[in-house]
Design a protein around this ligand. Structure first.
Ligand SMILES: C[S@@+](CC[C@H](N)C(=O)[O-])C[C@H]1O[C@@H](n2cnc3c(N)ncnc32)[C@H](O)[C@@H]1O
Length: 264
């Protein structure tokens, strides 16, 4: 299995993460740099947050996008009529492209889900022309306080939910310097890394709660299988944590990602 990502449909993904990866795409591309023309690849495109951000660069001639989830690829195709965009199902550990095809290759929030991130980064380098740029970003371990708040409240009450929690164990690539190391190992030159920050803004508790329960992963099935009293206890605990003693309404959580870039 080349991916450890548990998808729950494109709409669920949009609500839990797509709205935030769209926000992260802009500073990520500012840091990565986009070539003044030519062809680029979004490796692990999901529902297209980064692909569509690349499409704002009107000089690009072609924008290819690859993801392991057919459903996400279909959702991306529905979101655009830009003739430069071609989205297909594929594995970033064995990219369906020839050597040196691209001027830029980007991967946003993917490498910590790839079964073999070293291989994926070698593939990113293989499909770049010499002198082309590759860049990647992943959420930092502990870098999403809104997710920590949710899972800490859940696991304190239902410890057996811990194995559903993406925050319970550190994923590869999410520690400081790990992305940089894998890029250096793959033979990239001029490797540079940085920290990117965005705010995850929720309108109210419902806007926070529902996507977290049903947007991604296996927690929704676990939650639905609990008796009503235990479901209510969980919801009340997360609600209290979200509200923080204040009335319901908007909350914003600063979230940070590691990013790296290198030249082939
Ligand atoms: C958190 S999502 C990020 C999607 C998108 N880049 C974004 O920023 O919204 C992670 C994505 O990586 C994809 N993925 C994980 N491993 C993969 C692999 N080996 N090949 C292709 N896609 C992969 C998943 O299917 C999922 O769409």
């Amino acid at each position: 299995m080349p991916s450890n990502f548990v998808a729950k449909g494109a709409d669920g993904y949009e609500a839990i993460m797509g709205r935030w990866s769209r926000r992260l795409a802009e500073p990520f591309l500012d840091f990565s740099g986009v070539p003044p023309g030519g062809c680029v690849l979004d490796a692990g495109c999901g529902t297209g947050s980064l692909t569509l951000a690349l499409a704002a660069y009107l000089n690009l001639a072609a924008i290819e996008a690859v993801d392991f989830e057919e459903d996400f690829v279909t959702a991306l195709r529905k979101r655009t009529t830009d003739p430069r965009i071609k989205a297909q199902k594929g594995d970033i550990c064995a990219l369906p492209h020839g050597d040196g095809e691209f001027d830029g290759v980007y991967s946003l929030l993917v490498l910590h889900f790839a079964s073999d991130p070293h291989r994926a980064v070698r593939e990113m380098r293989r499909v770049l022309r010499p002198g082309g740029t590759a860049a990647a970003a992943v959420w930092a371990y502990g870098g999403m306080p809104s997710w920590r708040l949710f899972w800490d409240a859940i696991v304190a009450i239902e410890p057996e939910a811990a194995d559903k929690s993406p925050t319970s164990a550190k994923r590869p690539m999410t520690g400081e310097g790990e992305l940089r190391e894998v890029f250096e190992h793959a033979g990239f030159a001029d490797v540079a890394d940085t920290v990117l920050a965005i705010r995850m803004d929720y309108a109210n508790f419902e806007d926070f709660w529902y996507p977290m329960v049903y947007g991604q992963g296996t927690f929704g099935g676990f939650f639905d299988g609990l008796p009503e009293t235990r479901r209510d206890r969980l919801r009340d605990a997360v609600r209290a944590a979200y509200l923080g003693g204040d009335s319901d309404g908007p909350r914003g959580f600063a979230s940070v990602a590691w990013a790296v870039r290198g030249t082939a």
